[in-house]
Design a protein around this ligand. Sequence first.
Ligand code: NIG
Ligand code: FE
Length: 416
Amino acid sequence: MENKLIIKNASELVTCSGFQAKKGLEMNELKIIQDGAIVVEDGIIKALGPTDDLLKLFNEEDYHVIDAKGKAVLPGFVDPHTHFVFGGYREEEYSWRLRGDSYMDIMKRGGGIINSVRGTNEASKDELIQVGLKRMDSMMGFGVTTVEGKSGYGLDLDTELKQLEVMQALKKQHPLDIATTFLGAHAIPPEYKGRSGEFIDYMIDEVLPKVIEDDLAEFCDIFCEKGVFSIEESRKMLSAAKEKGLKLKIHADEIIPLGGAELAAELGAISADHLLQASDEGIKRMAEENVVATMLPCTAFSLKEVYARARYMIDEGCAVALATDYNPGSCHTESIPLVIALATIYMGMTPEETITALTINSAAAIDRADEIGSLDVGKKGDIVIHEFPSYKFIPYHIGVSTVETVIKEGKVVYTK
Ligand code: NIG
Ligand code: FE
């Protein structure tokens, strides 16, 4: 009974079934089972189907049973782009931005990412673990069962490793899973001002080998942007990481159309993220090379930028994922309901595409579509019960979470 769970009578079992990213209009297929049930044993989905059929095959008395009558049951959300491990906050900068200063202006004045680098440097490992746990609790309340987390508030060997080690510790202490990303090239530290090329060499020669040696990250990412790291520097950093066995991500074409989407396609990145300014050619190349286009609408909202062209990307055959980009600067929110509201209202995404973008496609954005992101036999039992009878209430209840119960690998980890 301990590790055996049946959820029955779900008015909709929204499976999002699949083992790879859904591209283009295929994103609208949610593969719903009406009046559905699902069986989880030892953390893994064992069976699913109409309740009547399933209860003939499995004896309820042997299971912990949850009756989901009148409720929609979905895969846990996957948040595939966050920077949730950091010390200190930047509430002062936020108020400057509300008065009209731009994100890049604040960065040029020595604020921005460098401000969080100071805060993270000063924080002890234990302090970072404590705030990390709280933030993960909050994400879990929004129905997130796996989150990606990046380093990048160190920019030197010790603090980059500290951030990644904190995430390794958090994996053991919290029910959520974490995919870890090395983002050593997130900004140019003051001591390397005007010498970004040398900083990239330092990251490649001194920091990357240690990240690999200690097995601290699965992905490597870089902030490819005018005034930060160029296309050539990004190619150099990401190629070195790829050679050492890391999978690739890239902060691409956020503020200026530099060609980051094209670079992601060239290097076979798993995902390219932001993409507010991605070119038509870059979008075409991402669709061809199966690079997941990860949209971060809360960042565009918070920075008062244009939104990424999700509608165009989907129509051009891309696989689109959605993420919060939770971080202390450009986007201080872990709110999945806000992501959904912006994606549907401002980016032209349908409710179905939005759900796909936060489940199977966001799992694909962290290269885990084979184990999470859908309700399929053999995948992890990461399941969320929503308080309304249809998934259509998820966007419709604007800005409010519909999450009632969160199940991680077959165990209830959160109830409203
Ligand atoms: O994804 N664009 C760069 N990195 C983050 C912002 C980090 C920060 O402001 O602290 C982002 O938006
Ligand atoms: Fe980011």
